[in-house]
Design a protein around this ligand. Structure first.
Ligand code: SAM
Ligand code: SF4
Ligand code: SF4
Length: 371
């Protein structure tokens, strides 16, 4: 039986920080409007460029590194629908941020394709204009949704796939979901023009690290970009241990031994993945070294939770409630002023200061805030 399927008791208790630990948003200076784009930097001088929008905390998978079944079981209380931000509220936030320098939006979750009529949200966000609009999915329902997503204005897509070995993959998603259906989704996305399709593989030592070369072989020359992600200590439920992390330098060496690769320039400052290309010209791969090589110094990402909390770091213990303001009679200028104040007071750099102690601090769950 693959390691991921063995029964394991998670000893770290879940800390539900969705209701508690809301940070009071810094008040904007009276009468101040949103900062002009050029002025909107955080305390460490980082601009606001990316917004990740988590549209649901529900998921039909129970990936063992993200939503372990012994925590996210039948009696787990997900957010009720009435608590979620409406598409109009999400679009309002995105539009205001677009006026402050936002360049890119990634829709995520939970499983974002489970949010009903998510295509409608994509259409509304695409209507803002001038934004790179993408989405991360587990691919389970992508084959039947890809064309509609593209028609709604989605530009690109990232599909998570941790192994080509059906037994390993079924054990990792822990709902017995087959590889073949995700591959169908990837094909459908490419056929719909959502290219280049990025394929995310979270690598966990002893679970799927032996599938690295098979994945590289499969996607080499396909036009898709395979990205290897270091297993991270997000949330408090996955029982993360440093020993389970396969450093991306090791992954690069493994691939280079079989398929020679060379480094590529980043597309832009703040790009999450380090890029490599096959020397024979058959495409590129990426490695995301969030554990072994922190990239906080140019982190330009803000995250919006399904019920309207803003998180300035993936590893934050608390968010700023925006829903109350959105549902008050606050004007656009007032909300923009609050957004500006939140970004300007940001000083997060968790991955740069990670220690054995910080690993145990309460953190937002990945399935709630998205990747
Ligand atoms: N459900 C969608 C999916 O899986 O693509 C979107 C949300 S998921 C939280 C976003 C990304 O985070 C996925 O690529 C997933 O593999 C990755 N992820 C989840 N938990 C992780 C962890 N502990 N370390 C590294 N990546 C993780
Ligand atoms: Fe897996 Fe994504 Fe669902 Fe987490 S949110 S369990 S990574 S499919
Ligand atoms: Fe950004 Fe926080 Fe990740 Fe650092 S740890 S790169 S600040 S999200």
């Amino acid at each position: 039986m693959p390691a991921a399927a063995s029964s394991r008791k998670v000893v770290i208790p879940i800390v539900d920080i969705r209701d508690g630990l809301v940070i009071r948003a810094p008040a904007p200076v009276h009468g101040a409007a949103a900062a002009p784009a050029s002025a909107l930097h955080d305390r460490l001088g980082r601009p606001l460029r990316d917004l990740r929008i988590s549209v649901t905390d529900h998921c039909n998978f129970r990936c063992t590194y993200c939503m372990p079944k012994d925590v996210f079981g039948r009696d787990y209380e997900f957010l009720p629908h009435a608590e979620l931000l409406s598409f109009e509220e999400i679009t309002r936030v995105a539009r205001l941020l677009a006026g402050m320098g936002l360049e890119k939006i990634r829709i995520t979750g939970g499983e974002p394709l489970l949010r009903r009529h998510v295509e409608k949200l994509i259409e509304m966000l695409a209507g803002i204009g001038n934004l790179d609009l993408t989405l991360t999915t587990n691919g389970s329902v992508l084959a039947r949704k890809a064309a509609d997503l593209r028609a709604a204005g989605l530009k690109r897509i990232t599909v998570s796939l941790d192994s080509l070995d059906d037994q390993v993959f079924r054990a990792m998603n822990d709902v017995d979901f087959p590889v073949a259906k995700v591959l169908e989704g990837i094909d459908a996305a490419a056929a719909a023009g959502l290219s280049p399709v990025k394929v995310n593989m979270v690598v966990k030592r002893g679970v799927n690290d032996r599938d690295i070369i098979a994945m590289a072989r499969r996607f080499k020359g396909s036009g898709h970009i395979l990205r290897f992600i270091e297993y991270m200590d997000v949330g408090t439920t996955n029982g993360w241990r440093m020993d389970d992390v396969v450093p991306s330098a090791e992954i690069v060496r493994m691939i280079d031994d079989v398929f020679p690769i060379e480094p590529l320039q980043a597309h832009y400052s703040g790009e999450v993945a380090e890029r490599w290309r096959y020397r024979d010209g058959s495409g590129e791969i990426g490695v995301i070294s969030s554990v072994t090589q922190a990239f906080c110094h140019d982190c330009t990402r803000l995250r919006l939770s399904p019920e309207g909390k803003l998180f300035t770091c993936l590893f934050a213990g608390a968010g700023y409630d925006l829903r109350g303001l959105l549902r008050s009679d606050a004007s656009d200028a007032e909300i923009a002023g609050r957004l500006t104040a939140i970004w300007q007071q940001r000083s997060d750099r968790y991955s740069e200061i990670r220690t054995a102690e910080t690993v145990r601090t309460p953190k937002v769950e990945m399935s709630y805030i998205g990747g």
